[in-house]
Each structure stands twice: as C-alpha cells, then as structure tokens.
Design a protein around this ligand. Structure first.
Ligand code: ADP
Ligand code: MG
Ligand code: MG
Ligand code: MG
Ligand code: MG
Length: 590
C-alpha cells in the first residue's frame, strides 16, 4: 500500500491486516482522488448538491442529474462485463440522487472496434430500458493496450425528491439492498489505479453485471423515494460496502456501526474483509429512520431483491465494522474517506499546436450506435448521428441536449489545448441543436501522474480556462489515472460530457448546404462563431458541428461530398442546411 507510512503516522501505531486492506481500497486513486482532488476544487463547480452525480436545475419543478464514469481497466481485461458494469455503475450514481435514469452515452477510445465492449454496453442498456442516445468512437493504435470506456448517464428528478448522499442524524439506520454479495470485484478499486501489466491484470477483480437486477433496483429505489422513505443514499461501486457506508457517514460528520454477517451472500464462505470490500454490482445503500426500515425492506422483497439493515449511524465519528459480535475494523470515518492529497503544479499556457501527432481512423460510428436501443422510453427527440442527442421530459415542454466529446489528438501534443478545444467544440455542438450549455461532467483519462505530473496539470488548467471562457460550470466528473502499459501512457484524454437546455428543437431537414466559418482556428473568433450558430438555429436552419464533418454520415447519405479543406487540426466551421442561408461570416454553398 502506497500510503502505509502516512497511515501509520496518523494512527501512531502499526496498521492491522484489515486496516491495510481497507485503506488500500479507500486511499486508492480510484476512491480517494489523491492526484486530482486539488485540481478539481479549482474548477468552477456548479452542482446544486455535491453527491454521486451532478445536479442542475431545469425549471422550478425538475433538475437534471448527470455524471460520467470510466471503466477502462476492467474493460481492458474483460471487455463484455467491464463495459456492461460501467453502464450499471453510472446509472446507480444518477439513481442515488433520486433521479430516474433517462439516457446513456458512451465515449470509446480503442485500437479497433472491440465487439465485447459494444455488446456489453448495448446489452446492459437495452435490458434496463434506458436508451443509449449518443457518444463517440475514436479509433487509434495509441489505445491498443488501454482502451477507454467512459459512460455518461443522465436522469430526471423533481426538486422535492433530491436525495442527499450523507447521513443526517444519529440513530438513522443503514440498509444495503440489491443483488446478493459475492467475491466479484474484490480489489477492483486498487486494480483500477495501477499499470495494466503483469499479474495485477486479474480477471477476479472484474465485476459481473446483472441488468435485470439493476432494473429491479431502479424501480425499488424510486418507489422508496416516492414514498419518502429515503433520507440519504449512495450506490455501491468501487470499495463496496466499506466505501459507500463510510462515505455516507463521514460526509455528515458521523460514524457507524456495521454488522457484516447481516449482508445476504451469494458465496456463504466469504470472510468479513471480503464482505466489506466486495464490489458485487447492483447494490445501493439507503439511510432512513428506524420506523421506515420495515417498509423499505418490504419494497426490497417485492422487487425480488435482497436487503438488510446493516447498521446504524452513530455520533462518535468512528466507523466500526463488526462480524458476529467481533470488531473487524474500528477507525475514524474521516480518516477513511480523506485520502492523502498529492502536491499539484501550476501550469502556464502554451501556444496551440500547429499539427497533431495521432489521427483517428475513419470509422462509421453508426455500426456501433445502431446496436444500441436509442428510442426506448420514446423521449429521444434527436437521434444519434447528428451530434448531441436531444431528449424531452414527457408531458412537459422541457428539452435537454446531451453529448460526449474529446480531442485526444490535440491532447497528445498539448494536454492543455486538448481539454480546451474539447470544451469549445462541445459548446458549438450544443448550440447547433438549439441548446444553451448549462453544465459539464468531465472524465480525466491520463497516464501516470507520478511520472508526468505536468501533463495532468495542463489538462486540468485547460478545462478550467475553457469553462471560464465559455461561462459553463462543472457539475460532476471522474478521474482514471494510470492508463499505462509497460510504462507507456495513453494520450491525455479529457472527455467532456455536456448538457444543454433546449428552447426550440430543430429537426434535420432537406435544403441547400452551406459551410460557414473558417478553415483554421483563432480563439478570438470562437464566440463570433457561437453567435452565428445561434442565429442560424433561430432562423430554423439545421446546423451540424463536427470535427469530422467531411465524414458525416448524414451528408454521405445525401450523397454529398464536401470540398477538401485547409490542413488544420481545428476548424472553426459549421455545416448549415436551409434555403437562402445568409451570413456575415465566410460562407460557401456546396
Ligand atoms: P462515485 O464513487 O459515486 O462514482 P466518484 O468517486 O467517481 O463518485 O466521484 C466522487 C465525487 O467527486 C463525485 O461527486 C464526482 O462528481 C466528483 N468528481 C470526481 N472527479 C471529478 C472531476 N474530474 N470533475 C468534477 N467532479 C469530479
Ligand atoms: Mg467514489
Ligand atoms: Mg457513487
Ligand atoms: Mg460511480
Ligand atoms: Mg468514479
């Protein structure tokens, strides 16, 4: 364990075996955010409630919950289950806020289309009845050993139903429910924080997904929310019972007593430490008052799930895990959930790279997204293939857009500009479908911050500066570090998930096709282009913003070939479809 010295200094004694196991999980990069926490704090953060997913208000009744998550390491070892449980995990983060999950998006970087990953995402999403409405597919050999599987989910919650992710008072009980607990995923969190070479790459640490249990979990949990039974909640993800229950109480300044023998097991011979850190999927922790517990457990049973009152909230700040009356772990909850923070570095700007060092190959993403059910729920207004998806809330006039986008080709040369341009292009895309950007969820995918700390710093500064430039805040995010193989890192890959409020939906239409804008890039012009996109959309023209607009399936289907463009890593161009389109910017009819 990397931080053993720090731990033993704080404890003022040697750590026990169980403590080492527990802190290996909780102070892993995946759970503890040692290298990124301080950078994240510098971002313009806007979530209504800090929790498992970000929250932004849609109107006086509704809020949108959204977050992105990485499942890179598991998907490298076991593509199908790694990717499937990536979907399951992010859905539960959205659910934990009290929100009904409405949409999934995936951002995939890989050296070729890996069928297992696509099938894992498609099967899981399709089975739980949540449409996969968008994403991105980037093919480059730079991801041969470290494919990136980032999944974003969104959900809708009424303001009055928003669930905090913390305990509120002594005496509240902690209920864990969902699928039964097995040995799957043990040490998953620490595995996700290491280089992917050698014996660590172990199939035992990969979780197995059961989407049908997840569907029941969603319905059971939302029923509890509807009946006012949930006072706090957190999904069980990395670090299992230990992480979810200790974070819930630590965040409220409380402690807990947990009785591990009460947890329903799939493998009856599991030892207490295994029960504590198993990452079995499809489980949630709920905080409620003792008098509501029986009703909660009845709902669990009605949905054919397992559940138990695992313990209760205490006010001594101590996380006390017991097994059949014996103490297994007794440690301050705050110590568990406050991993050591690494030093951060200042990055000062650099000029935009003149060219890129990796290029993504020309693939038609439709061969991937047609495998996803993107219509289930019938709230998808703008389908995959045009850029962002547009969704509506049934029975209202509320529409919102969703997208994922990244520019690792630029990030490989300049991590700063890779982040920065990904944000700018996300704004363009959001404006193109009639949206106004109102929140970002970012996924930091990086190599080894101990070997190359400045790259991470640059990547985070690029995100911060671009958010400030665009006046869009960050509501949630995720970090995946140590994406290396034999010490060789992936290109710094900042994936942006962006949500927008859509006032007026513009559907794809036939008409004349124009290119508006410039074939190269200068930052001073960016907001002029944004103004132009708004103007074209307000006139009812259909605008497409794409980094690969010369490859757009939509235009290919119209049998249209765009003229070759000037060689430049970034264009400041949009395609506009309409009749008699006019613009003060450079405009070309095709
Ligand atoms: P969970 O365990 O629920 O999946 P994480 O451990 O991934 O959540 O993240 C913990 C919290 O930190 C969340 O509220 C998340 O939104 C926030 N967070 C993590 N990474 C980022 C980031 N890069 N930018 C903004 N917020 C982040
Ligand atoms: Mg976490
Ligand atoms: Mg969570
Ligand atoms: Mg999660
Ligand atoms: Mg996470």
């Amino acid at each position: 364990m990397k931080y053993l010295n720090i731990l033993e200094e704080k404890l003022e004694r040697k750590a026990t075996f169980t403590e080492k196991e527990a802190f290996t999980v909780m102070w892993s990069e995946h759970c503890g955010y040692s290298h990124t926490k301080r950078y994240i704090k510098q971002l313009p953060l806007i979530s209504l409630e800090s929790g498992n997913a970000g929250l932004v208000s849609l109107n006086e009744d509704y809020a949108l919950a959204f977050k992105i998550e990485s499942h890179n390491h598991p998907s490298a070892i076991e593509p199908y289950n790694g990717a499937a449980t990536g979907v399951g995990g992010i859905i539960r983060d959205v659910l934990a806020m009290g929100a009904r999950p409405t949409a999934i998006l995936d951002s995939l970087h890989m050296h070729k289309i890996i069928d297992g990953i696509i099938e894992g995402i498609a099967d899981y999403g399709n089975s739980i009845g949540v449409p996969t409405v968008g994403g991105e597919l980037r093919i480059s050999d730079a991801y041969r050993y470290n494919p990136l599987v980032n999944v974003m989910a969104a959900g809708i919650v009424k303001h009055k139903d928003i669930i905090p992710s913390k305990a509120m008072s002594k005496g509240q009980v902690i209920i864990v429910f969902g699928g039964a607990t097995g040995r799957d995923g043990i040490h998953g969190a620490s595995f996700a924080s290491e280089d992917l070479t050698g014996e660590k790459a172990n199939k035992l640490s990969i979780q197995v997904g059961d989407p049908f249990a997840e569907k029941m979990l969603i319905e059971a949990f939302l029923r509890m929310v509807e009946e006012g039974l949930v006072e706090g909640a957190q999904d069980l993800g990395a670090g299992g019972v230990l992480s979810a229950t200790s974070e819930l109480v630590a965040k409220g300044g409380f402690g807990a007593v947990i009785h591990l023998e009460r947890l329903p097991l799939r493998e009856p011979d599991m030892n207490p430490v295994e029960i504590l850190i198993s990452e079995s999927q499809e489980r949630m922790a709920v905080i409620t008052s003792p008098e509501k517990a029986e009703r909660v457990l009845n709902i669990v049973k009605d949905h054919l799930l397992y559940g138990a009152i695992l313990g209760e909230v205490t006010d001594d700040g101590i996380y006390h895990a017991m097994y059949k009356g014996e103490t297994i772990l007794k440690i301050p909850a705050q110590l568990l959930s406050n991993a050591p923070e690494e030093e951060i570095y200042d990055f000062f700007s650099e000029s935009l790279p003149k060219n890129v060092s990796i290029t993504f190959s020309d693939v038609d993403a439709s061969q991937v997204y047609t495998q996803y059910d993107h219509m289930v729920g019938t709230d998808t207004v703008l389908l995959p293939g045009y850029g962002p998806a547009v969704m509506r809330i049934k029975g209202t006039d509320i529409f919102y857009s969703l997208l994922t986008h990244s520019r690792a080709d630029i990030g490989d040369k300049s991590p700063y500009w890779g982040s920065f341009i990904a944000v700018l292009e996300s704004v363009r895309k959001t404006l193109s479908v009639g949206g106004e950007p109102f929140g970002i969820t970012d996924c930091i995918n990086y190599g080894d911050p101990d070997v190359e700390p400045m790259g991470l710093s640059a990547m985070m500064k690029g995100l911060k500066d671009a958010c400030e430039f665009s006046n869009v805040g960050v509501a949630s995010g995720n970090a995946s570090l140590y994406n290396t193989n034999k010490g060789i890192p992936i290109p710094p890959t900042m994936v942006i998930g962006m949500v927008g409020k859509v006032k007026k939906v513009v559907k794809p239409k036939k008409g004349d096709i124009y290119l508006i804008g410039w074939e190269d890039f200068s930052l001073e012009r960016e907001k002029i282009l944004w103004g132009e996109i708004r103007k074209q959309v307000s006139k009812g023209n259909f605008v497409i913003s794409s980094t690969r607009y010369d490859k757009l399936t939509y235009l290919k289907n119209l049998n249209l070939k765009l003229p070759p463009l000037k060689h430049s890593p970034i264009h400041q161009l949009v395609v506009v479809i309409g009749n008699n389109v006019r613009s003060d910017l450079p405009i070309r009819k095709i």
